[in-house]
Design a protein around this ligand. Sequence first.
Ligand code: ZN
Ligand code: ZN
Length: 340
Amino acid sequence: MRELVCTEPGVVHWRDVPEPRLAGDGDALVRPIAVARCDIDLPLTSGVFPIRQPFALGHECVAEVVALGDGVRRLEIGQRVVVAFQVSCGTCRSCAAGHTGNCDAYPVLSDFGMQPLSGTEYGGMLADLVRVPHADAMLAPVSPTLDPVALASVSDNVLDGYRAVAPHLAEHPGAEILIVTHGLKSVPLYAALTAIALGAGRVDLASNDDEVLEVARRLGANPIRSDFGKPERRYPIVVDAGLTAEGLRYAIRSTEPEGILQCVSFYAGGDMPVPLGRFYTLGIRFFAGRAHAVALLPRVMPLIEDGRLRPEQVTTRVVGWEDAPQAFVEPAIKLIVRRD
Ligand SMILES: [Zn+2]
Ligand SMILES: [Zn+2]
């Protein structure tokens, strides 16, 4: 079978590999039919994290179940599923607590398609077949009436956007939200989409990226062109989504006293300075950490099924399977690869 691999910075191509096989009772084999590019994939393929060996790409997809181990109870062959991007067992203490992104049974950052981060190759979703362990936990069935292209990013980035705002809006219904976007592309837009769907009083999105601002406006958020100097005002809920110290500083200065600052940024490579004295004095509550994919899926899917959340509104480019190698290294806010 073929899988998409990155061999060195900016070089992505198909390679032939043996088909995966069921290795345990709880495994499934799935055939991806729509794969989304995560916000971290371009940094990964451009070598921001050292590429020591070729690695398989893709960790957001909708797939069809092709084979099941004898121990799988909740799935059927032929079913369409969203595949969680983090490998998690579903039964350990962390999984039971909803912290499925830090499953006790696997090393930290055990994800599909992100070998440069974890050092372990779990396989990528731009492949003809993917072996998924703990299938009952990691695969979320979806209705065949829903468009797989619309759902492809639900494995990861859609969930990430949801968790950035949903718990805070539940605590403060109708609150006004600022999303500060300084390098991430789709996660902050999914956060805006979720905030609008959940009835935030106002959703502002500040960015120095005109393309992101244009999509934000289309979604119904208020775009704010900013180079991350002095903020115009403060908000009770602020989301930090990016890569830069200036963006983070702007997000911090935009958070009102006793407000919530939710960070969904992955600040790689060293320490990022944060003014703990300001947090203390103003009572700013700072949240960081990764999304927990398996735990979030049952909360997000109902919003999509009843039409309140439409992730396809963030999609900016859809290409066919054969075009994946070229498209995967080209800029786009949200790229989806569809099997022809
Ligand atoms: Zn991701
Ligand atoms: Zn676990």
